[in-house]
Design a protein. Sequence first.
Length: 491
Amino acid sequence: MWSRFSKLPLLISIPGVFVSMFLIPAVYAFGAGALIEGRTFLYAFVLGLFLIGFLGVAIETNQLVNHRYNQLWSLVAFFLGLPLFLAIPLNELSQVGSFLDAYLDMVSVITTTGLPIFEIEYSNDTLLIWRVLIGWASGFMMWVFAWTVFAPLNLGGFEHLQGHSENLIENQIKASVRQQNSAAKFWREAVRLAPVYLFITFVAAALIKFVGNGLLFSILSAMTAMATFGIKIPGAASDAWWYEIILMVVMCFALSRALFTRTLLKNKSLRKDPELRLAIILIVIVFLAFLFLHWSNTIGFVELLQNSWGVLFTSISFLTTTGFVSEYMPFKDGKLGTGMLLMAALATFGGGVATTAGGVKLLRIFILVSHSKSEIDRLIIPSRVVSGQNGGQSGGFNNAMLACVFFMLFLITLAAILLGLALCGISVQRSLQLTLASLTNTGPLVTVMSAGEVIILDLPVIAKILLIFSMVFGRLEVLALLALLNPKIYR
């Protein structure tokens, strides 16, 4: 049965997995005595089975053309089409907003952005479980999509890994595409990565429960941290120190793929990993900047220690595009000023390639910085001889060119969305906050930068549609869209 399921088109199998998840909040709601909520999710499950069945019959009678970009189109359908159905229970059970608001929220969930749209997450456990569950599953799907869709097409940061040990993995993936069904390859990678993803989530939830928190709170907190899906879980941790330490360790897995694919990188040590090295440098810079901005002679040693921890935790959280703010963050009530610009910059840099993090990606930033340093050295010492061995990952002209092209396209997309939101009557400051939060897939950035003044439900319809496309652009990346719209230019 599994072999037959794994060979189904991704257009059928992936929605089938998410439709089956309707049963989890349905069972929870029935167990908690919330019959209306339970029936809503149960009916959605039955309706989903019918729709998938009809879609399967339609696809079975029409032979699909096996094109190299088919899976990219499946990814677009995953981010734009699937939320239309997943938003039905949310629209039925929420007391405010329209279906467009529910759809916007589910796109925010499935892209692991976590835009603060509904306050209902604080009062309805069933919908909270549903949103966190979808966000956690989508984070895992991004792991699988990275190795099965982006890697063979040299997208998503894999275009910078040519000539290194990861290239062996990429060649194996390309070879498997020719030998077997692409959907079967997708689920084979899912089976390979699932134990790692589940194990990290389970251990994190167990540790959070061990330090004195409730079972549901522990599970949901671990799932949001693992998927870098920074929505706030109702309730307060019994021990904020240990709670944040556990979350920080989990979020660090989004800094580099080397942390969870260690066996695939036997020839590399973590000390030489460019993404981790750059992440440490950025965190140290932000830490020193906060000390300079908020230093006071009246601060005691304990308060200084707490503030330092708050800056460290929040910096890692925004660098991985999660968006959690530490309980010990100085002036965490939205009055950080310049400090919040630093957090927005970290979110823009983003995490590692082939992780759940969004943003530009640390590897591209590392390549641009290394290439800039090399060019400055040439200006200072024109007669300097450059060894051919230095034309690798960080210094290669092609890598630098691709990173520069992506960065320029990212800035153009940011400017276009910012202009579109401004034309909708939103102030430039609020438009910039919404654009950065959606394009970097760091939803809590809106709340942190605006101190809760931006209410997304009150935005115009056109602005909400722009936010939907912005989140999908941020998760798919502009180069992937370029490859879809004009493959010849990309090649």
